[in-house]
Write a protein that binds this ligand. Structure first.
Ligand code: UDX
Ligand code: ADP
Length: 475
């Protein structure tokens, strides 16, 4: 056998997992590489049917246009996972890796059940196939550092006939801006074994990205560096938010304005202006999960101080979410029982329908514990999805009229959780008139014109603006 088994000239790609990462990423590869056949697979038939329809399973601005351009030409969505694996040289694995709910590492470590099942399926298909040409497995989901190595070992042990190289190619797209992030990524990371076959696999995948990403932005490295870079990038980003959120609390106590502080520090080019928006707290499928993973890994490697350092980012985020809910209760005369509160936005950020780890869950649950009556409106989140997050029992006190003005009518308070643009242009004068008085607004995203709202008669509470809110109990 030659030292390096060559990969075929004609690239064929498939992806296991048609979620928020797999779907958009493969769509963009198909757009920029019209000669490459890209098949996106999922176990979930409903999800695949939606990808093949006019109403895509995820809301992402600009995605539909790009799907329409390539679907049926070189982009396919299928549930026939075995056929796709057989037919492809590059197999992306972009399956869910949620935080473990039970067993060793519960609450912190990643649950790798789906990843492992996918890996075993790839090995089984290769074993059964007559075609023994080498394949490249690309880890797209965030998995703990050194997992790719474990997977490589599992696959090597269960598939002796086919050379399977495992690469780590972490995804940095953010939901809501996925198309732009994929079109113009700051960087693409490709990590792999530093062996002749590993380097050949890295080069094969890099060539795909180089079709539209400048060569100097396609970074290659060893497997562990690529895996750890993803966790570290998310930990650093989340840390900035927790840092500014901690300062928001101090601003409220002292009379400073967190937006002014954020601007003042952000113009220092060493700090930079991004990810310094104080908020009700960060959510999403990555930040909390990745930091918990990092914490777990640090602890497993005997580094408890490092684990504790990063864990504080999560604790500060929990504190911020609780603080917001407490502020609502304390400023409404310490009771919200029986009061209608309109929750504006449920997704974890604007321009997505994703509710994973959204701060809305914590805020709503805290208010429901106080027996508030919630009227939730989000342009992209269905009642069904809200029920999944809050639980069927909690929904007794929750209405979802599907119209923002109906949610606000008769409410004692509005709580803005998601920064949807549409909330900026509501007719707040009309809303004020339709509400119970005194009418409160809790702006968890600091996105409205607070002076104007006060002129209308609202009692306005913000994150991190000391002015006029020194009497709030922040304990
Ligand atoms: C994040 C990373 O940005 C992305 O690179 C990685 O691939 C996946 O995780 P995502 O979770 O989709 O992306 O969204 P992001 O824009 O990072 O926002 C995460 C959370 O932080 C949201 O709840 C958002 O509202 C919040 N946030 C963000 C703030 O509260 N303040 C900010 O300044 C920025
Ligand atoms: P992400 O945000 O990381 O993309 P999602 O949960 O949106 O995560 O998507 C992961 C997808 O992976 C789900 O649609 C799930 O059905 C799918 N999946 C899980 N295991 C497999 C597998 N072995 N083969 C194909 N798809 C899988």
């Amino acid at each position: 056998m030659p030292e390096v088994q060559p990969y075929p000239e004609r690239v064929k790609i498939c992806c296991l997992g048609a979620g928020y990462v797999g779907g958009p990423t493969m769509t963009v590869i198909a757009k920029f590489c019209p000669d490459i056949k890209v098949t996106v697979c999922d176990l979930n038939e409903k999800r695949i049917a939606a990808w093949n329809s006019d109403s895509l399973p995820i809301y992402e601005p600009g995605l539909k246009e790009v799907v329409d351009e390539s679907r049926g030409r070189n982009l396919f969505f299928s549930t026939d996972i075995d056929a796709a694996i057989r037919d492809s040289t590059i197999i992306f694995v972009s399956v869910n890796t949620p935080t473990k709910k039970s067993g060793v590492g519960a609450g912190e470590a990643a649950d790798l059940t789906y990843w492992e099942l996918a890996a075993r399926q790839i090995a089984a298909v290769c074993n059964a196939s007559d075609d023994k040409s080498p394949k490249i497995i690309v880890e797209k989901s965030t998995v703990p550092v050194k997992t790719a190595d474990a997977m490589a070992q599992v696959m090597a042990a269960s598939c002796l006939s086919t050379n399977l190289q495992v690469l780590s190619n972490p995804e940095f797209l953010a939901e809501g801006t996925a198309m732009d992030d994929l079109f113009r990524p700051d960087r693409v990371l490709v990590g792999g074994a530093q062996t002749p076959q590993g380097l050949a696999a890295i080069d094969y995948l890099c060539k795909v990205y180089r079709r539209w990403v400048p060569t100097e932005q396609v970074l290659t490295m060893n497997l562990w560096s690529a895996e750890l870079s993803k966790l570290t990038a998310n930990a650093f980003l989340a840390q900035r938010i927790s840092s500014i959120n901690s300062v928001s609390s101090l601003c409220e106590a002292t009379g400073a304005n967190v937006a002014e502080v954020a601007h003042a520090i952000g113009v220092d080019t060493r700090i930079g202006p991004k990810f310094l928006k104080a908020s009700v707290g960060f959510g999403g499928s990555c930040f909390q999960k990745d930091i918990l993973n990092l914490v777990y890994i640090c602890r497993s490697f005997g580094l408890p101080e490092v684990a504790q350092y990063w864990h504080q980012v999560i604790l500060m985020n929990d504190h911020q979410k609780n603080r917001f809910a407490k502020k609502i209760v304390s400023s409404m005369f310490n009771t919200v029982s029986g009061k209608k509160i309109a929750i504006l936005g449920f997704a974890f950020k604007k321009d997505t329908g994703d509710t994973r780890e959204t701060p809305a869950i914590d805020v709503c649950k805290a208010l429901l514990q106080e027996r508030a009556q919630l009227s939730i409106f989000d342009p992209e989140v269905s009642r069904e999805q809200i029920t999944v997050e809050l639980g069927q029992e909690e929904m007794e006190l929750v209405e979802t009229p599907g119209d923002v003005n109906a949610s606000c009518a008769g409410a004692h308070a509005l709580a803005i959780i998601t920064e949807w643009d549409v909330f900026k242009s509501l007719d707040y004068q009309r809303i004020y008139e339709s509400m119970s008085k005194p009418a409160f607004i809790f702006d968890g995203r600091n996105m409205l014109d607070h002076d104007k709202l006060e002129e209308m008669g609202f009692k306005v509470f913000t994150i991190g603006k000391g002015k006029k809110q020194p009497d709030i109990d922040d304990s």
